[in-house]
Design a protein around this ligand. Sequence first.
Ligand code: CUA
Length: 202
Amino acid sequence: MNTDPLKKKWANAIQTIADLSKGDPIHVDPLEKRWAYVILAIASLFVAIIMIDALVHDINPPSHVETIDSARLHLSKEFAEDNLGVQVDGNGNVTVRIVAGRYGFYPKQVTVPSGTPLKFRWVSMDVLHGIHLPMTNMNTMILPGYVAELKTDFPKPGNYPLLCNEYCGMGHDHMWGSITVVAKEHWTAPVTTASKGDSDHE
Ligand code: CUA
């Protein structure tokens, strides 16, 4: 095989680079340079804020790594149909389990108490979904194969719309539900509350 043309090509390319670097350095306007530094400073500030939040304040993305078989949710202990919705364990901890699937949330509506720490556990039965509850910290992706866990506390009673915020197909626009928050003293724990559904992951 004749490699000469290839060698020549490489030699030319290297020569071109050498010529370029010999010439005058690229002219950068002083004003442009100053703005470049400002932008670098802003970017560094953002990175610093993220690092401090993550390492010092322990604020991390909600999706912790907990896997689940999305195709067999109905057979899983935790996300079987009877266990969905609001449950209270023996210690009074409130857990809400909701399954997202094209195109709805199951159950579509839950009622929770205000001013109470709540643990939400979300799973998808098919594709990627997301949830966003306007004006709260509830905002996460729901990846098939994973449990998305979120802790929150609704200070004010009201009706919060629950919207899917990841495009999941033709019916994405119609994928919604709601969370009703009632004053703590007016809230009654659901009856189906025994210890069942205490996760498959213990
Ligand atoms: Cu589910 Cu979009």
